[in-house]
Design a protein around this ligand. Sequence first.
Ligand code: 5AD
Ligand code: SF4
Length: 440
Amino acid sequence: MTAPKKLFIKTYGCQMNVYDSERMAEALGGEGYVPTDSPDDADMILLNTCHIREKAAEKVYSELGRYKGLKAEKPDLKIGVAGCVAQAEGEEIVRRQPMVDLVVGPQSYHRLPDLLAKAKTGARALDTDFPEEDKFEHLTARPKARRAPAAFLTVQEGCDKFCAFCVVPYTRGAEVSRPVDRVVSEARDLVERGVREITLLGQNVNAYHGVGPEGADWGLARLIRELAKIDGLERIRFTTSHPNDMDDDLIAAHGDCDKLMPYLHLPVQAGSDKILKRMNRQHTAESYLKLIERLRAARPDLHLSGDFIVGFPEETEADFQATLDLVEAVEYGSAFSFKYSTRPGTPAAERAQVPEDEKTERLQRLQSLLTRQQRALQDAMVGRDVSVLFEKPGRTDGQMVGKSEYLHAVHVTGADVAPGDLRRVRVLESGPNSLMGTVL
Ligand code: 5AD
Ligand code: SF4
């Protein structure tokens, strides 16, 4: 018997990349690779890259530079670049780092075993096409390992929205939805392997339009209702959504589908209509607030999360104030906020930029407001009962950690609970990033 080969995957960026990395690891398991946490003893290193932040490509090149010594010591080591930087840079990667054996874009992961075989012959393997087939269908797990209680499941990829700041429509391509039966069978398979909570993923997940079993077009709400029928699946979430794709059925599902959790990530990006227009968001602050109102009418305890960009080209102090006003009106349970930074090839990159110090100052003001809100909502949980899906032991002895329905991390100590247990917990304390409670 030969010793198994070791695979080190470094994942950057969003949850879709986390999902893709899992699927790639499982597929490469079929090629005899077992995961390792260290690049030093790996036989294959795969960087699953993200292009959403500034200088993403440069960071990948410098990371690759770090593996030069390893490759010199171990000429059989295979180095691959996957993800959105692979898509954006393509051939340029092997031009600048000739030691890279394999470049694979996010739509071509099903070709990974073939690409690897090609790389092993010493040829350079590159695939950044946007094929028609479902890349996940050919990426099956072998063997079927037990899974953690909470899992991601990609149902949709790509984006047709073309927000003026964003690279996603270029790196992930046009919107594509996976057929309903594939999603349902993958969800069943996950549940058989111990999963209790599934987060449906898509760059624009609520634009999901999959082919149903009888050939009809299914929206996300219908898909969620179908998944809710799976015994043993206790919780469903989805991310990330665009306000304009929040249809009536999906709003209603927040009220009438018990398994759909009361937490919604709904990025607004900015509060000024002028900036929203320049961003090509195709919604206004008012239409967003109306939507939030309808969602809260369906599910009064809904926790909202958002993404914000400050210092978008032409953002004045008054425009920024409109963002603060919107945040005040919504009251977010969590949020991600960023300084605008240019992405080559996107429309806003060519426009006059807001000075860096102004961006920094605005980001600080926004983040302090968001943190205050987040903290207040979290503190308000004290004394309330939440449902917790336990996921893993905590850092201290006898501690277990799980997530509430609102996605708070919740710690309990000394309780008889195991990963995968779903229990009612009385919240006793609110810490900086988590709640402490006692199992009822
Ligand atoms: N600059 C700053 N933030 C950006 N995002 C996307 N592109 C940019 C950019 N060029 C943020 C948006 C998006 C999140 C995933 O990243 O807020 O919702
Ligand atoms: Fe990017 Fe999201 Fe806008 Fe699509 S909707 S272009 S993914 S920010």
